[in-house]
Design a protein around this ligand. Structure first.
Ligand SMILES: [Zn+2]
Length: 114
């Protein structure tokens, strides 16, 4: 039996085996599932290009399993924006979806409730 992170990696598409999914939050697993569903409409896989590994800003949520990056180059700019809107509608405002220059950055960052 594979450990949980390894088992999860077997089920998902990742860029390479350097992608660190250890301690990935449940919310990000849901986010990944939602992105998969949306991208399937474009015939594109949700391929993770960055997890906890790599260099990020000091306070990045990547370090704590609450942010992931995904490949976006298979979509044009208009489609990337469509994906961002569909994702934002599907999930709560506690998820941030950023269309970066060469990838999608998704993070779970609960907002203060008033
Ligand atoms: Zn990122």
């Amino acid at each position: 039996m594979l450990s949980y992170p390894l088992f999860f990696k077997e089920m998902k598409r990742i860029k390479n085996n350097k992608i660190d999914l250890s301690g990935l939050s449940n919310q990000m697993i849901i986010a990944w599932d939602v992105l998969e569903t949306i991208l399937s409409a474009y015939g594109v896989d949700a391929i993770c290009t960055c997890g906890r590994e790599g260099e990020h800003s000091y306070t990045s949520l990547h370090y704590v399993g609450k942010a992931l990056d995904f490949r976006s180059y298979e979509l044009n700019k208009e489609e990337q924006e469509e994906v961002r809107i569909a994702f934002t509608i599907a999930l709560s405002i506690d998820f941030d979806f950023v269309v970066e220059e060469n990838h999608f950055h998704i993070e779970y960052q609960p907002k203060l409730k008033k």
